[in-house]
Design a protein around this ligand. Sequence first.
Ligand code: FCB
Length: 471
Amino acid sequence: MANDAFAVSDARPSAVSNGALADPFSPPADSSLWRKNFLLGAATASYQIEGAVNEDGRLPSIWDTFSAKPGKVLAGETGAVACDHYHRWEADIELLASLGLEGYRLSIAWPRVMDAAGLPNRKGLDFYKRLLNRLKEKGITTSVTLYHWDLPQHLEDRGGWLNRDTAYRFADYADLMSRELAGTVDAWATLNEPWCSAYLGYGNGHHAPGLADGRFATQAMHHLLLAHGLAIPVLRANDPASQKGIVANIGRGTANSDSAADQRAAHLFEVQHNAWILDPLLKGAYPQDLFELWPGTEPLVLDGDMQTISAPLDFLGINYYFRTNVASDGAHGFRDVPLEGVERTQMGWEVHPDGLRDLLIGFNRTYRNLPPIYITENGMASDDKVIDGHVDDTQRISFLKRHLAAVDQAIKAGVDIRGYFLWSLMDNFEWAFGYERRFGVVHVDYSTQKRTVKRSAELVAKFLKERRAQA
Ligand code: FCB
């Protein structure tokens, strides 16, 4: 990623801002977004776009297994074909470049690049080498996530993230990837959203591998964070020039009333969504309130683990989507109280940009060692249709504009935020919701694999073009 520190002086000169203000996306003239070293890119993930699940020696992942089970994914859909990106990657990179996007966040499919004995799968590796080399040729900043949920099934068969050994296997995988791909990766993120892997995968069963036990969730989280901590020094040794970090999803919880019980409920919501991950990473300890919420779920932690987990980071990736309004459940937890009359997306998620700003400012106060931030995902799903060759995704344009304004406000309040990746470059396999929920700034017709640039992408491209044209 662009590692240069922010130069406050290069905001866009206001004299040339008038035309740009006319469109529904363009940021105001004083926005930090006009700084050329604020990286603006798009993100995807391997299982959601690649398809080609049985090709070139790729092994099954937990998402192949999970999505094949009846009732787990809407309409029984799977990532078997997805956006067929494994075959169409060249055209997809052309598209990314044609939009002028400066950064691309992608993930590597672990089962594509390593066999069960831990040996490299050359064909799978070559796919990522070609892809990353092409991105570098195009001058695009590359942000690579090692684990965006597609655990090799053979590791799940041995306990997956409940087995401490998986953390060591992850470090081996990080070792191989950083030896093979060093020089083509600007930023390495170890994990995407360990909250989802641990809680949705092992705590409530909504995601692969589909297990549901609170004790499992905390132990899986510990092993995920340990995997991250073991991988960081390996990445540093093999690829010293790149940045190293992790990506966390964060949740805003607001209290349904001023009562102490509801305030406490909102606090516990944020402990469960944010502090559960950020405290071990940045303070070297789990938040004790988590075990008030979930009594008796303390994970088994060995000597030295917390030190490994809290190794310094070069950046923290933040994924933000919505807020949740909560009340006390009358015991030691919280319950959702959905607000009436608020704007929502196709996912039913409330549009609440202030939550992103407030969380970022709050983290900056809570964690003295908060690393530079990249917003590694933000975006929304809408039921987009191609009409006469165009997709007018009005709500997304407004959503992106408002969330980027929230990012700007956080920057102005002193948070060191260096970039923003749209989720997602294109419509894709949205996990348990299959293909119905469209998050892309590029539309995908899954019957023909035709890509159509949505209006939101056109406006982002227009903005980037104007930004590049500034002196
Ligand atoms: C995040 C995931 C990403 C995508 C978005 C909508 O939790 O990291 O893969 O599904 O949600």
